[in-house]
Design a protein around this ligand. Structure first.
Ligand SMILES: Cc1cc2nc3c(=O)[nH]c(=O)nc-3n(C[C@H](O)[C@H](O)[C@H](O)COP(=O)(O)OP(=O)(O)OC[C@H]3O[C@@H](n4cnc5c(N)ncnc54)[C@H](O)[C@@H]3O)c2cc1C
Length: 437
């Protein structure tokens, strides 16, 4: 079999790319391993509607979804803010389940000449002259094709890009513990609502559906699961301020979902590009992963079309676009996580603060840093002996800024607030005393 473009992955990004290309007369093959993400509810931003229209899929969301009418958010505060879809520039957000929405998206391929193969797992990619030989496995055996170009849309697997040497870079080790909980009487008000709430070691989101069972997900870091997933979920649930009003735990099966911010070190090469989560998995906090997947699928398809028409620089532009998207996302992420200041010394929040990766490495810098702190702390009225003790520890051993914060806390007891300590370390970083690791 010979095609112009082979697409690996039939999630939102892969389907969008396949539909967009085949609507422009490109011969496309799309293979999908059929690994399901489960029927967990998701919130899709209404902005995705424009992108679906670009694929001639008008109105499908309203057939298979219901409006998310309000977001109840306790982020950075003990009170709960309400944000209504009415004030969202794109209109209401939508509550969807992935299997339903996948079948809607795949409709874009049914009337097109694109070939879609489900239950097909990519095996090998080999460059043959200026084209690619692609092998994949289906239940009936191995299949292969020759393609002019390919698109990797296999989500975090990045199964295609990895086979040609790209590496995945992780910015954190976040995961989501997902469980189904039973709605209380009060929780009936949750219908069509998304709830966000922070805790000292992560944050919750819970989506209110029409069924008595609700989807609750606790986002935290892998190394903070000291008690294992099930107990961590229970402990976080019972220490939440508000979740208990809306729902109760009824021995949920807790599943873990990889949710780290990660990207490929390069997202395109001659004859291929990666799109959607395969190229850049954003923090789920952005609440628009599926929108970005559809949007990126279309822009990846444009890249391939330009290249097929002879514009060899299209691949490099794709790479640059992703670098910009990553930078935008990192900026947005600092701002949102930075707006939660109640637990600045807890690992989860500290790692997401600006001073996260900095450290004191060379002796001269360590000395400058401690002099600067001493000057700073003179004004805070810290006893001289505490200051001396801190300077001694800080100047004797290289340490990360988290270790530094801990050491200061141990030495000064409660004489300085957490926020104050983190701010001091932040000032050291800005002044260049602490180098970024
Ligand atoms: C905990 C969590 C909650 C989220 N909640 C939301 C939300 O509420 N709203 C939102 O908009 N986004 C949400 N997201 C993000 C969103 O799910 C993703 O951004 C989006 O699914 C990415 O789409 P994709 O097509 O790039 O990848 P995926 O949806 O992961 O699709 C990849 C496809 O590739 C296939 N595949 C994998 N390996 C192979 C292989 N070797 N060969 C062939 N096929 C293969 C898989 O079967 C799959 O169908 C959430 C993410 C997480 C982790």
């Amino acid at each position: 079999m010979t095609v112009q473009v082979a697409i690996f992955g039939g999630g939102p990004a892969g389907i969008a790319a396949a539909a967009w290309l085949s609507q422009r007369g490109v011969r496309v093959l799309c293979i999908d391993s059929g690994v399901r993400r489960g029927a967990r509810r998701e919130v899709w931003t209404a902005a995705v509607g424009d992108r679906l229209q670009a694929l001639a899929l008008e109105g499908p969301l309203s057939e298979h979804a219901y409006a998310c009418r309000v977001t109840l958010s306790s982020w950075g505060t003990d009170t709960q803010d309400e944000r209504y879809g009415l004030f969202n520039a794109h209109g209401d957000e939508w509550i969807v389940t992935r299997p339903e929405i996948s079948s809607v998206l795949r409709r874009a391929l049914t009337d097109s000449p694109a070939e879609f193969r489900e239950g097909a797992r990519l095996r090998h990619i080999r460059c043959v002259g200026r084209r690619w030989r692609i092998d994949w496995d289906e239940p009936v055996g191995r299949r292969s094709c020759i393609a002019d170009a390919w698109i990797d849309a296999t989500g975090v697997q990045s199964a295609g890009a990895r086979r040609v040497g790209a590496r995945r870079l992780h910015f954190d080790r976040q995961l989501g513990l997902s469980g189904r909980v039973m709605r209380t009487k009060e929780g009936e008000r949750m219908l069509g609502a998304l709830m966000l709430e922070t805790g000292s070691t992560g944050w919750w989101y819970m989506i209110g559906g029409d069924a008595p069972m609700l989807d609750a997900v606790w986002m935290t870091d892998m190394d903070l699961l000291v008690e294992g997933p099930q107990r961590t979920f229970h402990t976080a649930f019972s220490s939440s301020n508000r979740l208990g009003h809306w729902a109760q735990i009824s021995a949920p099966n807790v599943s873990s979902i990889a949710a780290s911010l990660s990207c490929l070190d390069y997202t395109a090469g001659d004859g291929w590009c990666a799109v959607g989560d395969a190229a850049l998995q954003r923090d789920p906090l952005c609440g628009a992963g599926a929108y970005h997947a559809v949007n990126d699928g279309i822009s990846g398809a444009e890249t391939v079309l330009q290249a097929l028409r002879g514009d060899a620089s299209a691949w490099a532009r794709h790479q640059t676009r992703y670098r910009e998207r990553l930078e935008d996302h990192l900026r947005e992420r600092w701002i949102v996580y930075g707006s939660e200041c109640r637990w600045p010394m807890e690992r989860y929040w500290f790692r997401r603060s600006r001073v996260r990766k900095s450290g004191l490495v060379d002796p001269e810098r360590r000395w400058n840093a401690t002099s600067m702190l001493a000057h700073d702390w003179e004004r805070s009225g810290l006893p001289l002996e505490s200051m001396r003790a801190i300077r001694k520890v800080l100047s004797s051993a290289p340490m990360s800024s988290l270790e530094m914060a801990r050491c200061i806390r141990e030495t000064v007891g409660q004489a300085l607030s957490d926020a104050w300590i983190v701010a001091s370390i932040g000032r050291l970083e800005v002044s260049g005393c602490i180098s970024s690791a």
